[in-house]
Write a protein that binds this ligand. Sequence first.
Ligand code: GAF
Length: 387
Amino acid sequence: MNLLIQDAGIYYREHFGEPQFIVRSPGRINLIGEHTDYNDGFVLPASIDNAVYVSIGARNDQEIHLFSVDYKEFYTGNIDAVSVSLQSWANYVLAIVDVLQKAGYPCGGFNAVVRGDIPIGAGLSSSAAVECATIFALNELFGYKLDRMTMVKMAQQAENDFIGVRCGIMDQFASMFGKANQVIELDCRSLDHHYFPFESEEYDLLLINSRVKHSLADSEYNLRRLDCEAGVAHLQRFHPEITSLRDATPALLQQELHSLDENIFRRCLYVVEEIARVKEACEDLKKGDLLSFGKKMFSTHTGLSEMYNVSCPELDFLVNFAIGYKNVIGARMMGGGFGGCTLNLVKKAAVADFVDRISESYLETYGVLPGAYPVTIDEGTAVVGPW
Ligand code: GAF
């Protein structure tokens, strides 16, 4: 029995009685396609074995009682007066209540316990996991009969409106639709998606956590999105058929945007190049050409660092170290940026040595031991208890 499911049950029983449902929602990695989702582009995420567990039960009043095992904190509020709390972990639950109510799905009072092992601020989407677990659990509890896609869109909207981060759809989609041992090629415009196995006898996916958390990450994220929108608005003056950067080409940007604003031009160019790179990278994976795939990961990092400007010295250090280590064939920062993890494609036999060396060097440079987590691709959101 998974200890975290057990905890979600034990703590619920201790504080509230018998839970009606325990839901598991995973974090995600993204192999390639960063900052492309909100530009209608492509992404290649997968759900992982680190997850959030929410145990839940209905109350016979209008109150919400929450307990976070990880923060060892309670939150108490009323369903009719949901507002942003100082307890940041609770906001991801409240955001879902808010979006449901605004969409005409009334919530009754409920108790919930939140437990998880997704490192916070590591770029592994712990917030989307709490949102997905909460909406899935409330859907079961109150019988709304929402399908997964609707829940994904509502969870994204909750993050946009209540939390204030104008994220794309990737994180909630991966958490809700993930499958064990499969990566998801997702077209963020049509939401068409295909699964295919990520298998290699020779290489492992390894996360290295810089342990950097940038307090401005959310506001910088929103600013990047505004830059993309400014680029599209400018292109539309001459090319009204363009509705997002997905529709643009590097040549068009060069022609129309270059003279406008250097930052906007570079950032839009990164996005257009990255969207094309994801398509090519998917072909590499399908052919089993991991060497070519890995090179694209390095290119993505260069683009994120030098053109999109969402990296930081620590992430650049980790990727540069990987570039200099011969048994790593691909590495890049992952997620929104400004801290969190790098994703590395490492020869299986060299993983332990790589972790030792990069850890020692990072410790020496930044005085912090980085985290190192081998990735296991696991199932998406599901009811896992009570048992
Ligand atoms: C964050 C966002 F939530 C995603 O939607 C995506 O834009 C990602 O950053 C960058 O690719 O995880």
